[in-house]
Ligand binder design. Structure first.
Ligand SMILES: [Zn+2]
Length: 115
């Protein structure tokens, strides 16, 4: 499975699952989540359908995908290679700073998700 195929499988699960816990269980069952994945971000998930907008390859083993929810909220998915491809993170753009404030108390300066 390529990094893109993994992302597509993950996005399919988002569409199919009718609750956050079902989504998390399915992601775990399919072994899509890297051990470093913050499971809380799935339990707090509010959007379940996404449009892929961009891709940035960080290095051979790490790819970032940028997505939009139907109402236009930007998300970032990190896909990491660790024996096979895994979802490393799935976070929405910080609504406190929009990624523009290094000392943001909401996201901790990463620009994505909440602390
Ligand atoms: Zn922030």
């Amino acid at each position: 499975m390529t990094d893109r195929e993994l992302l597509n499988r993950v996005l399919e699960l988002f569409k199919l699952c009718d609750s956050n816990s079902a989504l998390l269980n399915n992601l775990l069952k399919n072994e899509f989540l890297h051990p470093s994945f913050e499971q809380r971000s799935i339990l707090n998930q509010v959007d379940f359908e996404f449009i892929l907008t961009d891709k940035a390859k960080k290095n051979e083993g790490l790819v970032e995908y940028y997505l939009d929810s139907p109402d236009g909220c930007p998300y970032r998915a990190e896909v990491i290679f660790d024996g096979k491809w895994y979802l490393k993170s799935f976070l929405f753009l910080c609504q406190g700073c929009f990624g523009n404030y290094e000392e943001c108390n909401v996201c901790g300066g990463s620009g994505w998700g909440v602390l």
